[in-house]
Design a protein around this ligand. Structure first.
Ligand SMILES: Nc1ncnc2c1ncn2[C@@H]1O[C@H](COP(=O)(O)OP(=O)(O)OP(=O)(O)O)[C@@H](O)[C@H]1O
Ligand SMILES: [Mg+2]
Length: 222
């Protein structure tokens, strides 16, 4: 089983949005996917609760008490992390992950917080050993804004502990499609392609990375 952790210490960066949409993406592909919510706010669990009957199945895991009971046969486990994950708790979260996606909002406050958090993350033994693969994405980007290109620039120059470039994959725009999807328990991949064409296009580099060997540790067999 593969574990994808959606992580950023900063609140409101888009962890739940990425986790739920990604769960929808895998479910549509017919992959047995479970979505674990570790946040006492229970946003992912709320999203699952309003998911229309008959939608491709996403299994719910209530991890708000710290326990993760993963159903047998799960192929992909997506973990929606709470904000303010630091220290030992952060280490525990990262321990079971093969892949970490870090959404960052292009605002000065968020970028500074992301820089600090990346420093903390990079110092973890598992990250140092490249036993987990990390990538960042921009989220809630207002098109053609200066701060978005600043984030572009910042993330583009990040280095992993082993000196390689920190993968920075794509920018997702701020759009009502995400609000509508959140409200209805759906992913943007379950909306009419014509209405979500730009969003799908923006997700493509992230999905390509997730479907490539670059997003799992060496020797990971699935
Ligand atoms: N690309 C986007 N376009 C429009 N709205 C978005 C987008 N991404 C996130 N949002 C909205 O922004 C708010 C915060 O996003 P989300 O809940 O995914 O962040 P989070 O990191 O999970 O927050 P928290 O730290 O509180 O768990 C939500 O209302 C969400 O619907
Ligand atoms: Mg959340």
């Amino acid at each position: 089983m593969r574990c994808i952790l959606v992580l950023n210490a900063k609140g409101g960066s888009g962890k739940t949005t990425i986790a739920t949409n990604l769960a929808g993406y895998y479910a549509i592909k017919g992959i047995s996917v479970a979505l674990a919510d570790l946040d006492p706010q229970r946003s992912s669990l709320d999203w699952l609760a309003v998911r229309p009957e008959g939608s491709p199945e996403i299994r719910a895991i209530d991890g708000t008490e710290g326990q993760l009971r993963v159903p047998k046969g799960t192929q992909v486990l997506i973990v929606d992390a709470p904000s303010r994950a630091h220290g030992t708790f952060l280490e525990q979260l990262v321990r079971r992950a093969h892949t970490i996606i870090m959404p960052v909002v292009p605002s000065p406050v968020d970028i500074r917080a992301a820089m600090r958090f990346l420093g903390e993350l990079s110092a973890l033994r598992k990250v140092l050993a490249t036993d987990v693969k990390l990538a960042a994405i921009g989220n809630r980007v207002r098109e053609r804004s200066n701060i978005a290109s600043e984030l572009d620039d910042y993330l583009d120059h990040q280095r992993l502990p082993d000196g390689r470039k920190f993968p920075y994959l794509t920018m997702l725009r701020q759009h009502s499609n995400y609000l509508r999807a959140a409200e209805r328990g759906l992913s943007i991949f379950e909306f009419a392609p014509a209405a979500t064409e730009t969003d799908r296009e923006q997700w493509r580099p992230l999905l390509r990375w997730l479907n490539s060997p670059h997003s799992v540790p060496a020797g990971f067999a699935g």
